[in-house]
Design a protein around this ligand. Structure first.
Ligand code: NAD
Length: 496
């Protein structure tokens, strides 16, 4: 371990990150705030603490860069910069891996996928899209009101994008916003969660050191103060706010954005259903449901946290789920075999334990887990927890817990399973296991949700749209749909 100048034990390089505003690394006017390893509770180092004045400067620089530079029109420059950034990050991937494991508590095995390496690939994917996208569409000639006119549709960048992100999959979510927003020709101010400032600040540092991205095009403001990020919703110089986080904060973002009528893009919470039909292999389906909810300690918006099983198989399903969940003991995220790491913070562990207690007061039975693992007196760990005996109307079945907690609910057939799955304010994700394709198709169509996995199918990828129905969000991230969220549409007509 190295000793850094703040006197903390820096486990990884990058233990004194800066803000990046107008092409410069700058100190935050608020001083510094600590970043903590959730597996050990050690202070890893510090991040620059941005204030309202820093955010004001970042927005001003993004506005100027959009209004006065060639960025929004220069496709070749943008494609080159995204590829340069990808190459530089790839060259530094092992250091980024160590940083991500330390700061996020992300199990090492996930860093070869959605926690690090997969999101890096969004950059060349969007670089390619810049080159293949139909920026101009010829609409032919028409004569409205007798005026013969040749029409075309131009797609243009929206302008300044304010991006606000959570801590659970910081690279995935940061790149899912920054890559398409920059590819589309926007300028960006990224405000990451206070729990994971380094993941964003390091990307900005590498971008400024290794790419031709012009000053002001990509700014990062880390801050311990949520209200600094809230400025992106209300500031009239920001044209679009792209937010990922809880549904409660999403509402606040939308409300704050209303006076300036900016575009609002929201990726919010979930309470997704994992439906097991009576012709499925019940044991293997339940084992998969158990594995899913233990992954990254359940800190994924799209993780299926309600397990719907046929009533006739309720006891067998509980036994199979419990067997897998009990085997997934929370462990050190640095170990290659760890699936379930720590929760991000003391606050989050309090929240998860509070929901487990609530489930018991609501009449739920803890089938396994429900407490901190033996022998781990440091780190924010909670055992994978299975809760039976609740009705879908219980708060523990309705509200997002964001921990390794699975509620198992009986259903009385396919239509009943669809009804229970839909009895939720959310609609982000889902899964169905069965044998009969027609029955599976009916369930896929019947559940109002943004993604569905069938018999273990994985929907994740740079090229496919992800997002929520109902109170899980507005808009789609990733793929062409995620790119077009960051575009305006201009109709041009010339007399022919
Ligand atoms: P959160 O809503 O507390 O915070 C998210 C971000 O919003 C942070 O950067 C925070 O600083 C900022 N913020 C807080 N108050 C704000 C305000 N008034 N205005 C603007 N920004 C504000 O969420 P969290 O606890 O960091 O993350 C967990 C939540 O994120 C869960 O609900 C999860 O489902 C959701 N999430 C959704 C997706 C998705 O794609 N749908 C992905 C990951 C996480």
């Amino acid at each position: 371990m190295s000793e850094n100048s703040a006197g903390t034990t820096g486990l990884v390089p990058g233990d004194h990150t800066s803000l990046f505003i107008d092409g410069h690394a700058v100190e935050g006017a608020g001083g510094r705030f600590p970043t903590v390893d959730p597996a050990t509770e050690e202070v890893l180092g510090t991040a620059a603490d941005g204030t309202a004045d820093d955010m004001d400067a970042a927005i001003a620089s993004a506005r100027t860069a959009f209004d006065t530079t060639a960025w929004r029109d220069d496709h070749a420059l943008r494609a080159r910069c995204l590829r340069q950034l990808h190459d530089a990050l790839t060259a530094d991937v092992e250091r980024l891996r160590a940083l991500t494991i330390a700061e996020v508590g992300a199990p090492r095995m996930l860093t070869s996928g959605a926690q690090l390496e997969a999101p890096l690939d969004y950059l060349p994917w969007y670089a390619d899209l810049i080159e293949s996208y139909a920026w101009t569409t010829d609409m032919g000639v028409a004569a409205p009101m007798g005026m013969r006119s040749k029409r075309r549709v131009e797609r243009e960048a929206v302008g300044v994008v304010g991006a606000v992100t959570p801590w659970n999959f910081p690279h995935q979510i940061n790149f899912a916003k920054v890559a398409p927003a920059l590819a589309a020709g926007n300028t960006v101010v990224l405000k990451p969660a206070p729990d994971t400032p380094w993941c964003a600040a390091e990307i900005a540092r590498i971008a400024h050191e290794h790419t031709d991205i012009p000053p002001g095009v990509f700014n990062v403001v880390t801050s311990s103060d949520h209200s600094v990020g809230a400025m992106l919703s209300s500031d009239p110089r920001v044209d679009l706010v792209s937010f990922t986080g809880s549904t409660a904060t999403g509402r606040a973002v939308m409300t704050a954005a209303a006076p300036t009528l900016k575009k609002v893009f929201l990726e919010l919470g979930g309470k997704s259903a994992f439906v097991v039909l009576d012709d499925a292999d019940i044991a293997s389906a339940c084992s998969m449901a158990a594995f899913t909810v233990a992954t990254h300690a359940g800190q994924g918006c799209a993780i299926t946290t309600r397990l719907l099983v046929p009533r006739a198989h309720y006891d067998d399903a509980i036994a199979a789920t419990r067997a897998t969940m009990s085997s997934l003991t929370p462990g050190d995220p640095r170990d290659a075999g760890t699936v379930c790491g720590p929760l991000i913070s003391q606050r989050q562990r309090d929240r998860v334990e509070g929901y487990i207690d609530l489930a018991v007061t609501e009449g739920g039975k803890i089938e396994c887990g429900g407490r901190r693992p033996d022998g781990r007196d440091r780190g924010f760990f909670v055992e994978p927890t299975l809760i039976s005996g609740l009705d879908n109307s219980a708060r523990a079945a309705q509200e997002e817990i964001f921990g390794p907690v699975l509620v198992v609910l009986p259903h009385d057939g396919d239509e009943d399973a669809i009804r229970i799955a839909n009895d939720s304010p959310y609609g982000l994700s889902g899964a169905v296991y069965g044998t009969d394709p027609a029955r599976i198709d009916r369930v896929v169509r019947g559940i109002r949700t943004g993604t569905m996995g069938v018999n273990g199918g994985v929907w994740y990828g740079a090229d496919v749209p992800f997002g929520g129905y109902k109170q899980s969000g507005i808009g789609r991230e990733m793929g062409v749909a995620g790119f077009e969220e960051y575009l305006e549409t201009k109709l041009v007509a010339e007399l022919a």
